[in-house]
Write a protein that binds this ligand. Structure first.
Ligand SMILES: Nc1ncnc2c1ncn2[C@@H]1O[C@H](COP(=O)(O)OP(=O)(O)OP(=O)(O)O)[C@@H](O)[C@H]1O
Length: 766
């Protein structure tokens, strides 16, 4: 639908009028930045003052001072982070003579008059929502384009023509949105606070409670909206969320780095960002595995398998066991063990914790028998000794352990994978072929799909005392080293280092008061932490077991789920969110749809939709591209022998094109290739000396390189100015979703290189 795509306004305003408006806004900007500097100086001073007093005095004094210091630090950090594009909007209202300026944070002058409205405040909403049809009291909306502390342009939309006399000239320019979409990409996502569109704004400000599913095609701003929503919720519900925190789950570490600047630029740092691979503190999932293995591990039935495996650790012996205690033979009867098991299970505690109840119940019976055998007890002291004899006897300890084995999640899952007989016993809900997929040797590294299973087991088992102690000791050692390093830096900075105060002494002082951990830091270290809100991006990739692990972390069931079913990897397309969400779908689910792509030019977007449709995987929600560009889609056919050489040649030409279009060395290019082709393509690029910037997997950061060679899965969620897509037919082996992802990454141009057949749908377009 190129005809419907956005094009910038053709009629520019007279230069003098623009200049006058820019000068007027510059004056206002100076007032705001002067105030920003004043506030920064004031908070810096307060911080120095509170630090000067130091960590002395009573515990209460210290913790009050810590709290003040923390507050000043946070505020200062926030004030430092909003330097760029602090003010970006203004609305002139029908019922107010003073214009209202919208910016990254709210700000008042020394007399408490409002200078700037926080973009998240209700009074900023008309800036995003007002339209000519529903002006909501807004006469004119103005976008301020700034660079550093200077206004470089203004652009107006007149929403209430009757009021034109009051607001004066209305200025049109290139269009703030168009400029944002056309900017060369720099390998990191930026915020969209100045140009949030009405349908996006409605999602961002949607109420906190319940499960909100935000779907929409590629480039419709789902990630951007999810991040702005997190910032909005932290602002609107700070009381509730500051203590519990917000968890953001992304598809990969590279993706988290891609978006890492967005929340700080919105003044928010208290969000824990993680991937499923890193969800469990202390476990790192590094290995990869076949998609069909991961699929089996992700099924809901695995929860039953693991539940049975844990119950399998609670065993009743077939016959009476004879136990030797100090030369006396005691008898452990199956019925007594059965009763003790029932009693322990009735506590509802996790396995490792319920063990105490079990052990006490078993001991009671044995102590009775022992007491009789030893001729009875004379007093409390003797009763205690007799009990101690039984409790510490080797045979008894062994029997209790055999009947109720304490274990770790890692240990149990390893055993299940390594012992087909054990798995067969507990995994009756899995076909033998599926069970065979799970088999693997002890000591194998963990995969992402193992993480939800380990989490489920950790929940069922509870902490394992010895394992926990070892972990806590290691963590203590790490923290101590950190404190000493911190203290050493403090000594160096304060030039105290003449032998009077050692780093260790200072570290002791700090740890008495405790170096402050932010909510985010505490939450990230604690498996059982529950968050006030969870945001999940690329949510179509998560398995039902992964959803169980995430919902466990959010008992309030306040979740924002962001994704696109059409972009799902693999060959098991999901037809509904209910299918993907598993248990989360039992909650009240609200759905929102984003419909306009702000990334991909119309020719590319429409072709991608056509290709998907002809493959029988028509996206559920059609996407309209916000703009079109000439020559946005090109295909180059070649022979199989030359496909790598042709790819390298095309990359060279496209880079030269980018140099000319956006400036030498600017802009980003990705070569998206079938899985397993990265090495060969990188070598081909090296042969053409595109090497210095080209990138092999495991090499430099794919976000920092000007040219990245990636698979479709690695490119998920990312974007580039130009994409060279090599062999679409090969990419299809990962499923239609992978090809859809690969085709929709460019902001300017998609150049397809192929020796194999082009999927149907390309011919009409290229
Ligand atoms: N309102 C907006 N103003 C300016 N740019 C926008 C706006 N909305 C989205 N964008 C830009 O469009 C691009 C795509 O956004 P985003 O990555 O959030 O889309 P997405 O829906 O998550 O895409 P995908 O499903 O392909 O991962 C980004 O560069 C983003 O900054």
């Amino acid at each position: 639908m190129p005809g419907e795509a956005f094009t910038p306004q053709q009629h520019a305003s007279p230069a003098a009028t623009v200049e006058a408006a820019v000068a007027q806004e510059q004056q206002y900007l100076e007032v705001v930045y002067t105030r920003l500097d004043e506030l920064r100086a004031a908070y810096r001073e307060r911080l120095v003052e509170v630090r000067r007093i130091g960590a002395v005095g009573t515990h209460q004094n210290r913790s009050e001072r810590d709290a003040f210091a923390a507050h000043y630090e946070d505020t200062l950090a926030r004030l430092e982070m909003v330097e760029n594009r602090l003010v970006f909007g203004r609305i002139d209202l029908r019922d107010d003579d003073d214009p209202r300026y919208v910016g990254r944070i709210g700000m008042s002058d020394a007399e408490h008059s409002q200078l700037l409205v926080d973009w998240r405040a209700p009074s900023a909403q008309p800036f995003y929502q007002a339209t000519a049809a529903h002006p909501a009291g807004v006469v004119r909306r103005r976008h301020l384009m700034t660079r550093g502390r200077s206004v470089v342009g203004v652009e107006d939309e007149l929403l209430d023509a009757d009021e034109v006399d009051r607001v004066g000239d209305s200025l049109t320019g290139e269009g703030a949105l168009f400029a944002a979409m056309s900017a060369a990409r720099e390998g990191r996502m930026g915020d969209i606070v100045a140009t949030i569109q009405a349908e996006q704004d409605a999602v961002i400000r949607s109420p906190l409670d319940g499960v909100l599913v935000v779907q929409g095609g590629p480039g419709t701003g789902k990630t951007a909206v999810a991040l702005h929503r997190a910032a909005y919720l932290l602002y609107a519900h700070r009381e509730r969320l500051a203590r519990s925190g917000v968890l953001l789950v992304g598809p990969s570490k590279v993706f988290l780095r891609y978006i890492e600047q967005v929340l700080p630029s919105l003044g928010e740092t208290d969000v824990v960002a993680t991937t499923m691979a890193d969800l469990l503190p202390g476990t790192t999932a590094t290995a990869t595995e076949a998609a069909e293995v991961a699929e089996v591990k992700g099924r809901t039935v695995m929860a039953q398998v693991l539940g049975r495996a844990v119950r399998g650790l609670q065993r009743v012996p077939d016959s009476v066991q004879e136990l030797n205690v100090e030369g006396v033979t005691l008898h452990l009867h199956p019925d007594d063990v059965r009763a003790a098991v029932s009693r322990a299970r009735r506590t509802g505690l996790a396995h490792n914790q319920a063990r105490e109840t079990f052990a006490l119940a078993v001991l009671d019976g044995l102590v009775k028998e022992y007491t009789v055998a030893r001729g009875g007890e004379r007093d409390d002291d003797e009763r205690g000794w007799l009990r101690e004899d039984v409790r510490t006897a080797r045979d008894v300890r062994r029997a209790v352990n055999l009947c109720w084995m304490p274990t770790t999640a890692q240990g149990l899952l390893e055993r299940l994978y390594a012992r087909p007989d054990l798995l067969a016993r507990h995994a009756r809900g899995l076909a033998p072929a599926d069970r065979a997929l799970l088999e693997r040797a002890k000591g194998s590294p963990w995969t992402v799909a193992d993480v939800p299973l380990l989490d489920e087991l950790a929940e069922l088992l509870g902490p394992h005392e010895q394992a926990e102690q070892a972990r806590a000791a290691a963590e203590d050692r790490r923290r101590q080293a950190e404190e000493i390093r911190f203290a050493a830096e403090a000594i160096e900075n304060q030039e105290l280092g003449d032998g009077l105060v050692t780093a260790e002494m200072l570290a002791d002082r700090f740890s008495a008061g405790g170096p402050r951990l932010t909510t985010a830091e505490r939450a990230a270290e604690d498996r059982s932490w529950t968050y006030g809100h969870v945001v999940v991006d690329e949510a179509q990739e998560l398995s039902p077991m992964a959803w169980r692990a995430l919902l466990r972390r959010c008992p309030s069931r306040s979740v924002t789920v962001v994704g696109d079913l059409a972009q799902r990897s693999g060959h098991r397309p999901a037809s509904s969110w209910a299918e993907v969400l598993g248990g989360a779908a039992d909650e009240h689910v609200r759905e929102a749809v984003l419909t306009v792509s702000y990334r991909t030019p119309a020719a590319v977007m429409d072709t991608a939709t056509e290709v998907m449709t002809l493959m029988g995987a028509e996206p559920a929600f059609p996407v309209r591209a916000a703009r079109d560009l000439p020559d946005a889609l090109v295909t180059s056919a070649t022979s199989e022998a030359d496909v790598l050489g042709e790819t390298a040649g095309v990359v060279e030409r496209e880079l030269a094109g980018l140099d000319a279009e956006v400036g030498p060395g600017s802009g980003r290019l990705a070569v998206i290739v079938p899985a397993g082709w990265q090495r060969a393509v990188t070598d081909a690029l090296e042969a053409r000396r595109v090497t210095s910037e080209a990138l092999a997997p495991g090499g430099a950061d794919p976000l920092d390189a000007r040219v990245a060679v990636v698979s479709a899965v690695e490119a998920k969620g990312l974007e580039y100015d130009v994409v060279v897509l090599t062999e679409p037919d090969g990419i299809l082996s990962g499923g239609t979703g992978d090809l859809y992802v690969a085709m929709t990454r460019p902001t300017r141009r998609l150049h397809v290189v192929h020796a194999g057949p082009l999927p149907a749908g390309f011919e009409a377009r290229s």
